[in-house]
Structure formats: structure tokens, C-alpha cells
Design a protein around this ligand. Structure first.
Ligand code: AMP
Length: 116
């Protein structure tokens, strides 16, 4: 179940963000704690907890707009290459329970998963 969170407030305009791109259904903004020289978050404006929730409940227009927005921002901001990450739930390291994709790049990125 969706519970309002920091991204809900960003979408509502109650908290500022460093906006990169906006469309009817989608918002992209810079991550507040970047893990690479360029680190952008892309979120649907609708209330979806994670990838599965979005895929199950979003309309075709919302999904098309979201995935095209991710591709557009990634290709425009990081034409030399990038990594797109979607974390899900506790084991996936998801901290904010509003579906989002991370776009990372700006340098050669390291190993995909660090073994502990
Ligand atoms: P995740 O761990 O996949 O849920 O990622 C959540 C991301 O949201 C983290 O990379 C945070 O740095 C980022 N974040 C949290 N609050 C904000 C905020 N107010 N503005 C921009 N990014 C944020």
C-alpha cells in the first residue's frame, strides 16, 4: 500500500527539487546525495510504491511516458553511457517508497554489485 513520502511532497510542490525534466505523467530531478557525477531520479507523478505496483496499476499512457522520459533524460544528459537502476523493497535497498529509476553516469562506473 502506498504511503505519502518525500517524493509525494516534491510532486505536490511542497518541497523543492532540482528539476531536470517534466512531462504530463513524469518528473525527473537530481538526487540530493549523488553517487556519480550525474545522478538523476525519474518518478511517475502517480502514487506507486515500486516497479511491480507501477507495472500492475499504471495506465498505458503513464507507462509509455515514464519509460520514454527515462530514455530521453538518460540519452540527453549522458550520451556517453549510463546505468539505470530500480531498487525494490528492503533487500533491494529501496529507501523511498515511491517508484523511481536512478540514472547514473558521468564517469566509468564500477562493479554492478559489491560483494560483502
Ligand atoms: P532508493 O534507495 O532507491 O529508494 O533511492 C532514494 C534516493 O532518493 C536516494 O538516492 C536519495 O539520495 C534520494 N533522495 C531522498 N530525498 C531526496 C530529495 N529531497 N531530493 C532528491 N533526492 C532525494
Amino acid at each position: 500500500m502506498y504511503h505519502d513520502n518525500i517524493f509525494t511532497r516534491i510532486i505536490a510542490g511542497e518541497i523543492p527539487c532540482d528539476k531536470v525534466y517534466e512531462s504530463e505523467y513524469t518528473l525527473a530531478f537530481k538526487d540530493i546525495a549523488p553517487k556519480a557525477p550525474t545522478h538523476i531520479l525519474v518518478i511517475p507523478k502517480g502514487k506507486y510504491v515500486d516497479f511491480s505496483d507501477f507495472t500492475a496499476r499504471a495506465s498505458a499512457d503513464e507507462m509509455t511516458d515514464f519509460y520514454r522520459s527515462v530514455a530521453r533524460v538518460a540519452d540527453e544528459k549522458l550520451p556517453g553511457g549510463h546505468r539505470i537502476i530500480i531498487n525494490t523493497a528492503k533487500d533491494g535497498g529501496q529507501e523511498v517508497p515511491h517508484f523511481h529509476a536512478h540514472i547514473l553516469g558521468g564517469r566509468t562506473l564500477g562493479p554492478k554489485i559489491v560483494q560483502e
